[in-house]
Design a protein around this ligand. Structure first.
Ligand code: B12
Length: 463
C-alpha cells in the first residue's frame, strides 16, 4: 500500500480519544501520520504547509462547525486533498457527506474502513464492528509528540467498554441508537463487551510514562456488563500491580446496587471517585429521560453504599428540560441532591440536544426550538433550548452555582434569590474555576491544588 501523508486534526481541550485509535489503525497500514491542534491559531495554514494527502477529522457536534470550516480552508489551498470525517457526529449525521468539502464519512468504528479510504472509496462508509479485541493500540506517542500540551495533562482518558446498556433519551450513544444502526447482536458483542485486560494494561503503561496523575475511566457505566463480576477483579488486580494510577469512574444507582461487595472492595485501592448520574428527580422528568427505572430511594441507597465503602462521590444532574417550569424543575433536582449527597461536590449541566436522539424528537414534538446562543458545550451552562431570557439566565446560574448549593446546603429561598443575579463575564469565569477547583481537590486533595494551577495555565477554559 502506498505511504500517504495523513493529517489528524484534533479539536477541544481534552484528549481526542477516538482519533488516537484512528491514528493507531493508520500506523498499522504503514501510513505517515501527524496530529494537529485545532485549538491553535492558523491550524489550516500549518496543515497545508505539511502537504497531506488526506485530512482526518473526528469532531463531536459542538466542534463540527469549526471542523467543517478548517476543512474548507485546507481544501481551498490543497484542492486534491481528501477529507474524511468520523466519530460521534459523523455517525449520527452521515448526510454531512453532502457538504462539498467533505469527501468521506465513516459511520461506526474505524476498523475495516482504512483499506476502503486508501483505495479511493468516496461517500459514506459504514463499518462492521466485530469485538473490542480489535481495537488497536492508540497512537499516543505520535499525538503527544505533535501536541505536547496534551502529554502534560494530568488526566488521561481510557475505557474498557465502548457502549452503554441504558437508553437515555438525550444521549447520542444510547443503546437504542446503537441497536438501530448496527443491530442487537453487534450492540452486545462489540459495544457491551470489555476489552482484554492485557490491551488495557499495554495502553496504560504507555501513558504512565507521561505526566499522568489520574485516569478518567470513561465507560458509561463501569458496573454494567454481563461479565462484571469476573472482569473487574482481574482488571483491578492487574491495574494495581502494573499501573497504580488512581481513576475516576462512572455508574448508575441500579448497577451500583447490583454489584457485589467483592467488586467494591477490589476497586477501593485504585478508584479515587465515583460519578453517578442523578440526572433528574421528578418521576415525570426521569420518564422524559427514559430513566424511569431510577428513583430517589435507589439513588440514596447507592450513594450511601459508596460512602460506606469509603469512596468520594460526584453526583451529576441535568437541568433546562423541555417542561413548563424548567427553573422549578431544576431546583427540585438540586434539593434532591442535597438530600441524597449532603455536603458532597456535585456537577450540574444544561441539557444538550444531540442530533438523532429521542430527546431531539421530544423537543420538536413539544414545540421547543433550539437556543442559538448555545454552542453544544455543557461547561458554558447555557441551555440548548430556547427559553425566555430570564429562564436562560436562571438555568445558567443554577449550573454555575449548584455545586455551592449542595456543598453548603443553601436553602430554597437563598437559591431563588441567587439565581437572579446578573453575573458579568469575569464572575462567570471565576465561578466555573472554583467549581473545577472543588472537583479536582475533592479527588486529589493537596496534589489537586497544584494541578488546578497547571490546568488553568495550559488550556483555554470554556465557561
Ligand atoms: C470518552 C468520552 C469523552 C472524553 C474524551 C473526549 C474526546 N475528545 O475524545 C471526555 C470525558 C473528555 C468527554 C468530553 C466531552 N464529551 Co464525551 N464521550 C466520551 C464517550 C464516553 C466515549 C467516546 C470514546 O472515546 N470512545 C472510544 C473510541 C475508541 O470510540 P469512538 O469515539 O466512537 O471512535 C471510534 C469511531 O467513532 C471511529 N472514529 C472516530 N473518529 C474518527 C475519525 C475518522 C476520520 C474515522 C475514519 C473514524 C473515526 O473510530 C474510533 C475507533 O473505532 C462517549 C459516549 C460513548 N460511550 O461513546 C461520549 C460522547 C462522545 N461525548 C459527548 C459529548 C457531547 C462530550 C462533550 C462535548 C460534553 C461537554 N462538555 O459539553 C465533551 C467535549 C470535550 C472535548 N473538549 O473534547 C457525546 C457526543 C455527542 C455528539 N453528537 O457530539 C457522547 C456521544 C456522549 C453523549 N452525551 O451522547 N467525552
Amino acid at each position: 500500500m502506498k505511504k500517504n501523508r495523513i493529517a489528524l486534526i484534533a479539536f477541544g481541550n481534552e484528549e481526542s480519544y477516538g482519533l488516537l485509535f484512528v491514528g493507531g489503525e493508520l500506523l498499522n497500514f504503514n501510513q505517515e501520520i501527524k496530529f494537529f491542534d485545532a485549538e491553535l491559531e492558523g491550524v489550516s495554514k500549518t496543515v497545508c504547509e505539511w502537504k497531506p494527502d488526506f485530512i482526518f477529522f473526528s469532531p463531536m457536534t459542538t466542534f463540527f462547525p469549526g471542523a467543517k470550516h478548517v476543512c474548507g480552508e485546507i481544501k481551498k489551498q490543497l484542492p486534491d486533498v481528501i477529507s474524511v470525517f468520523g466519530g460521534h457526529h459523523a455517525t449520527s449525521c452521515p448526510n454531512i457527506s453532502d457538504f462539498p468539502e467533505i469527501d468521506i464519512v465513516v459511520v461506526g468504528p474505524v476498523k475495516g474502513t482504512i483499506e476502503l479510504i486508501l483505495k479511493g472509496t468516496k461517500g459514506v462508509i459504514k463499518s462492521d464492528p466485530t469485538t473490542p479485541d480489535d481495537l488497536t493500540m492508540p497512537a499516543r506517542k505520535a499525538y503527544f509528540t505533535d501536541i505536547p500540551r496534551m502529554a502534560k495533562r494530568y488526566r488521561k482518558i481510557m475505557l474498557s467498554m465502548l457502549g452503554c446498556p441504558w437508553n437515555c433519551s438525550y444521549c447520542s450513544s444510547s443503546s437504542g441508537s446503537v441497536k438501530k444502526l448496527f443491530g442487537e447482536d453487534v450492540h452486545k458483542k462489540y459495544f457491551l463487551s470489555r476489552r482484554p485486560v492485557s490491551h488495557i494494561i499495554d495502553e496504560a503503561r504507555e501513558l504512565k510514562a507521561y505526566d499522568t496523575v489520574e485516569i478518567e475511566w470513561v465507560d458509561d457505566d463501569m458496573f454494567s456488563g454481563y461479565d462484571v463480576e469476573t472482569w473487574i477483579p482481574e482488571f483491578a488486580s492487574a491495574w494495581e500491580k502494573e499501573i497504580g494510577l488512581p481513576m475516576y469512574i462512572s455508574t448508575t444507582s441500579a448497577s451500583l446496587l447490583k454489584v457485589s461487595d467483592n467488586i467494591l472492595n477490589s476497586l477501593k485501592n485504585i478508584v479515587n471517585c465515583i460519578g453517578m448520574g442523578i440526572q433528574a428527580i421528578r418521576p415525570e422528568s426521569l420518564r422524559l429521560f427514559n430513566r424511569q427505572w431510577d428513583n430517589e430511594e435507589k439513588m440514596k441507597a447507592a450513594y450511601d453504599r459508596m460512602i460506606s465503602f469509603g469512596y468520594a462521590v460526584n453526583l451529576q444532574c441535568i437541568v433546562g428540560l423541555p417542561v413548563e417550569d424548567p427553573v422549578e424543575e431544576a431546583l427540585d433536582t438540586i434539593m434532591a441532591m442535597q438530600r441524597i449527597g449532603p455536603g458532597s461536590v456535585i456537577s450540574c449541566y444544561p441539557l444538550m440536544i444531540y442530533p438523532g436522539t429521542v430527546m431531539e424528537k421530544i423537543c420538536n414534538d413539544k414545540g421547543f426550538s433550539l437556543n442559538p446562543d448555545c454552542s453544544g458545550d455543557t461547561n458554558t451552562g447555557i441551555p440548548a433550548l430556547k427559553f425566555p431570557d430570564k429562564t436562560v439566565k436562571r438555568i445558567k446560574n443554577i449550573c454555575k452555582l449548584a455545586t455551592l448549593f449542595v456543598k453548603f446546603n443553601i436553602s430554597e429561598r437563598w437559591m431563588n434569590a441567587l439565581i437572579d443575579i446578573d453575573f458579568d463575564d469575569d464572575t462567570s469565569r471565576a465561578l466555573s474555576m472554583v467549581r473545577y477547583f472543588e472537583c479536582v481537590t475533592d479527588r486529589l486533595h493537596e496534589k489537586g491544588e497544584k494541578i488546578f494551577d497547571e490546568i488553568i495555565n495550559s488550556m483555554k477554559l470554556r465557561y
